[in-house]
Design a protein around this ligand. Structure first.
Ligand SMILES: [Zn+2]
Ligand SMILES: [Zn+2]
Length: 339
């Protein structure tokens, strides 16, 4: 452990981002910035902070480790060696869902209280659920991306007071997802209905965990649209804020008139996949989507997506089963679908 400790102790806010917290500690104690704390305590300037780092960091900040365990942005290794990120007391399991090195802010939240909210690091959180405004990721004065490692949550390095910048009204699709995320993060926000989605589907989405919601958006808004255009890098691309918005729109479009529209999307993708790919039938048809579904959407809470998907696979199988029934790959498909 470091021989030094800070002079002034700051108590973390509920679900505060851990990097934002360290930046506040650094500023209050006249240290150069959060990197100086990481260098001093962990010996590296840039680090993913895991639970094993907390005792040393807490000691340096004059906290008990228990006071730090709920901070957002802490990372852990799962039993399978994959990484997971804590956000607002929940675990998010995929890198494309989180952007710890990109900043977004709600000016109105910063006016209320000057700290970085954990949910702002979620890529699908593109609007503020409390103020119904779009989150900013660029400084309006210097036009640069707001740095995640800035010295104060409220100020861009150019001196611009981010809390006093304009906050455009949020788009309805961003807002409905932001409300669902805030709801999952245990915040009190009313869940307003979204015109194109039925009450039942909205309830289904509201019942999902944070990770389940992100997976559903990723599956319906990204994987499904990428069907037939699959490349090796699939699934590793982090959506930029504009891409996150597009993924949300696609996903809500797929959920509209559930599951009919979803079935239509799979049909369209099926034709594209046939035109562009060769290989085993199932792979040709729905390779990446199917794999993703098998691997990631196995939780009970995601049953509504899975059931609709499997139903459509069955329908598709029936629709061209007679022509191909003798091929081994099709028999495999039959087996895969339990028919
Ligand atoms: Zn806000
Ligand atoms: Zn600036």
């Amino acid at each position: 452990m470091s021989a030094h400790r800070v002079i002034y102790r700051l108590v973390p806010e509920s679900h505060e981002d851990i990097y934002g917290y360290l930046a506040r500690v650094a500023a209050r104690n006249h240290l150069a910035g959060l990197h100086s704390i990481l260098s001093e305590v962990l010996g590296v300037r840039q680090a993913a902070i895991s639970f094993s780092d907390l005792p040393a960091l807490a000691d340096f900040c004059r906290l008990y480790p228990e006071e730090m365990v709920n901070l957002s942005g802490i990372v852990r290794k799962t039993a399978h060696g994959a990484l997971a990120w804590q956000v607002c007391g929940q675990w998010v399991s995929k890198e494309p869902f989180i952007a710890t090195r990109r900043a977004k802010i709600c000016p109105l939240c910063l006016r209320d209280a000057d700290f970085v909210r954990g949910e702002w690091t979620l890529n699908f959180y593109t609007a503020c659920a409390h103020h119904a405004v779009t989150l900013n990721n660029h400084c309006p004065r210097c036009r640069r991306a707001i740095p995640w490692n800035r010295r104060a949550a409220r100020y861009c390095p150019c001196g611009c007071d981010l809390a006093m910048t304009d906050a455009p009204s949020a788009q309805p699709h961003s807002l409905v997802i932001a409300e669902l995320i805030a709801h999952q993060c245990g915040q009190r926000v009313p869940l307003k209905p979204y015109p194109c989605i039925s009450f039942l589907e909205h309830e289904n989405l509201a019942a999902l965990s944070l990770d389940g919601l992100c997976k559903t958006l990723w599956f319906l808004g990204h994987c499904l649209c990428e069907l037939g255009r699959y490349s090796v890098g699939h699934g590793r691309v982090k959506p930029m804020p504009s891409a996150a918005d597009a993924i949300i729109l696609n996903a809500l479009h797929a959920i509209e008139d559930w599951p009919r529209r979803f079935g239509e999307l799979i049909e369209v993708s099926k034709h594209r996949a046939f035109a562009e790919r060769a290989g085993p039938l199932l792979e040709q048809l729905l390779g990446p989507v199917h794999k993703y579904l098998q691997r990631e959407l196995q939780d009970d809470e995601l049953k509504f997506v899975r059931v609709a998907y499997e139903q459509h696979l069955r329908n598709m199988w029936r629709s061209f089963g007679s022509r191909h029934r003798r091929l081994r790959t099709n028999r495999q498909l039959e087996l895969d679908l339990g028919q």
